[in-house]
Design a binder for this molecule. Structure first.
Ligand SMILES: Nc1ncnc2c1ncn2[C@@H]1O[C@H](COP(=O)(O)OP(=O)(O)OP(=O)(O)O)[C@@H](O)[C@H]1O
Ligand SMILES: [Mg+2]
Length: 270
């Protein structure tokens, strides 16, 4: 039997008296894009931080390849191949592409009694990795991270995670701050990671982005799993409604004056 790469069983998470996650059971397979949806404060980031070793579940289990695992710190999750890429790529504006690619894992060349950072190899490796994801505009590893667009930074961070053996790629709103074209680059990279057999967990507030790449959708409402379904099982309207907590559009209608222009807009949305 092929186990899911990552599986949560009855996971709960509380911070003191505050219950944030309730009894979450969910899994993601190799080569699958799981879109994690839900309104602000639903618990999406808390859930992925629990998978990435930032938080420990208060109860419940996490399995990787069928084996129960516990993470004491983010490095434990990273060592198992769970990589989190944050919005803006989480890199350093004043560092070169080549250097940032190897932060923590620098390729060194023996040079007499000294060890020096092998800039040429680092640059070539970084550029090759990011170009293999279709971002051909990045061709000079000496360029500074600060000069890259948001989409390019994301691409570089994803290429880096995959290069160093990520099996689960967690993306927390990678397209949130991007324009249409930049966002479409990131979505293409998500598809490329999927093609390489990586399990991708993709958080977004944008239905279009979720529907463009998702194989599997999980919707959190107030920390509970409100829906868990595969591509094609729900309509776009149902997904939009679930993402807004299933009640936002009704609320909007309630608060609109019947005579205002917005109420017509809200009605056309509903
Ligand atoms: N360390 C913490 N201590 C107490 N409460 C927390 C902590 N972290 C998160 N929460 C609470 O848990 C709830 C879920 O937060 P979380 O950040 O997971 O939501 P989210 O779905 O990622 O929202 P958004 O879409 O706005 O990013 C919120 O009510 C938040 O205040
Ligand atoms: Mg969040």
């Amino acid at each position: 039997m092929v186990h899911p790469v990552l599986e949560l069983k009855n996971v709960n998470k509380s911070f003191g008296p505050i219950d944030v996650l309730h009894d979450i059971s969910l899994s993601v397979k190799a080569g699958e894009v799981l879109c994690l949806l839900g309104d602000n404060g639903a618990g999406k980031s808390t859930l992925i931080k629990t998978l990435a070793g930032v938080h420990k579940p208060s109860s419940g289990t996490i399995k990787m390849d069928g084996e129960t695992i516990t993470f004491d710190k983010p490095k434990d999750a990273a060592d198992r191949g769970i990589a989190t890429v944050h919005q803006f790529g989480g890199t350093f504006p004043l560092m070169s592409i080549g250097r940032s690619f190897f932060v923590g894992v620098e390729p060194v060349k023996k040079f007499g009694p000294f060890k020096v950072f092998d800039r040429k190899t680092a640059n070539e490796t970084a550029v090759k990795a990011v170009q293999s994801f279709g971002i051909t505009r990045i061709d000079d590893g000496d360029r500074l991270i600060g000069g890259l667009s948001g989409g390019e930074r994301q691409a570089l961070a994803i290429a880096r995670a995959v290069h160093f053996g990520a099996r689960v790629l967690i993306l927390d709103e990678p397209t949130a701050a991007l324009g249409v074209k930049q966002a479409s680059h990131v979505l293409r990279i998500v598809m490329e990671a999927k093609k390489r057999g990586i399990a991708v967990i993709f958080i977004t507030h944008q239905v279009t982005h979720a529907m463009a790449v998702g194989d599997h959708f999980a919707v959190l409402i107030r920390g509970a799993l409100a829906a868990n379904f595969m591509r094609g099982e729900r309509s776009r309207e149902e997904i939009t409604d679930l993402m807004a907590g299933g009640e936002a559009l009704a609320d909007l209608d309630d608060h609109m004056e019947p005579s205002s222009n917005q109420s017509a807009a809200a009605a056309s949305l509903a």
